[in-house]
Design a protein around this ligand. Structure first.
Ligand code: NAD
Length: 276
């Protein structure tokens, strides 16, 4: 198994997969295939994929900037990958390349376990990029009735609402340009940050923290740091919060199952994630 992307040297994914395989008594090797590394910087994505097949990889995880670029190189897509329009897991089996999107299931599973019973009538999603699209579909699977989407690029928010609306005609989809007005009018049950704001290299919060109130739940998918500025402020106000580590762990749980055909233990994979 392996992870293909750029700037991935800090990824915890190889450790999660290898520790899980070892705990199951299986010899599993998971390689970090950083396309920025000197030995790979002249390789194309297509060449990388051919090499992985030729050397017997069971599958690859795919991350920035290849989640969309890889699609034309695949034979089939799962329903989730088709819906999201992005692939983060490729299974290589019987000469076929099948693309999946485990980010969607990863967020949904993390949400169901970490915010059990939370109200989902009305939710605000910040960020309509690659991860935001997967999270929006996951929120739909979690029963969200009305989803408002804010992005500093309003075209992205509108595109996501159109795309999701075409798949989920029962949902109310609402691209927004003014967060304060939206909060005053709809008083959302929950807020999800799927922008990179809050990362160690991009401090701050995309959601104005002065608008938080204890009645809301708040989820962040950023996990470096684990406690973002938004989550810290939400905790202080008394909101239920969901950190991004859950999505990171559950996308790996599902990928492990796809690669090996064996069920993974989420608690064990989370313990490896937390050990860093
Ligand atoms: P991306 O660049 O594809 O999309 C980010 C989107 O956020 C863009 O549409 C951008 O316009 C928007 N944006 C940026 N700043 C904003 C702001 N202040 N307000 C509103 N919108 C803003 O990135 P991505 O791949 O979607 O990743 C986003 C974040 O999610 C990254 O920090 C990434 O690390 C994290 N992520 C976490 C997981 C996980 O498993 N927890 C998985 C994937 C991505």
């Amino acid at each position: 198994m392996g992870l293909v992307g750029r700037g991935i040297s800090q990824s915890r994914t190889p450790a999660m997969h290898m520790a899980e395989a070892a705990a199951q008594g299986v010899c599993g090797v998971y390689k970090l295939l950083d396309m920025d590394a000197p030995e790979r910087c002249d390789l194309s994505l297509a060449q990388m994929l051919r090499m992985a097949e030729a050397t017997g990889f069971s599958g690859l995880n795919v991350t920035y900037p290849y989640k969309i670029e890889i699609i034309p190189l695949l034979d089939e897509l799962s329903a989730n990958a088709k819906a999201v329009g992005a692939v983060n897991t490729v299974v290589l089996k019987d000469g076929k390349r099948v693309g999946h999107n485990t980010d969607l299931w990863g967020f949904a599973e993390s949400f169901k376990r970490g915010l059990d019973g939370a109200a989902v009538r009305d939710v605000l999603l910040l960020g309509a990029g690659g991860a935001g699209v997967a999270v929006a579909h996951a929120l739909a699977d979690c029963g969200v009735v009305r989803l408002s989407v804010f992005d500093i690029d309003p075209d992205r928010a509108a595109r996501l609402c159109d795309q999701l609306g075409a798949n989920r005609p029962q949902m109310v989809l609402n691209p927004v340009t003014d967060i304060e007005a939206l909060v005053a009018k709809h008083r959302p049950d929950g807020v999800v940050n799927a922008t990179p704001m809050g990362m160690a290299k991009l401090p701050g919060s995309a959601f104005p923290t002065g608008l938080l109130d204890a009645r809301m739940w708040v989820a962040d998918i950023v996990y470096f740091p684990l406690e973002t500025e938004l989550l810290r402020a939400a905790r202080e106000v008394g909101c239920r919060v969901l950190p991004g580590s859950g999505m990171a762990v559950f996308q790996a749980v599902r990928a492990f199952e796809l690669f090996t055909g064996r069920a993974a233990k989420p608690g064990r994979m989370k313990a490896t994630f937390d050990s860093f």
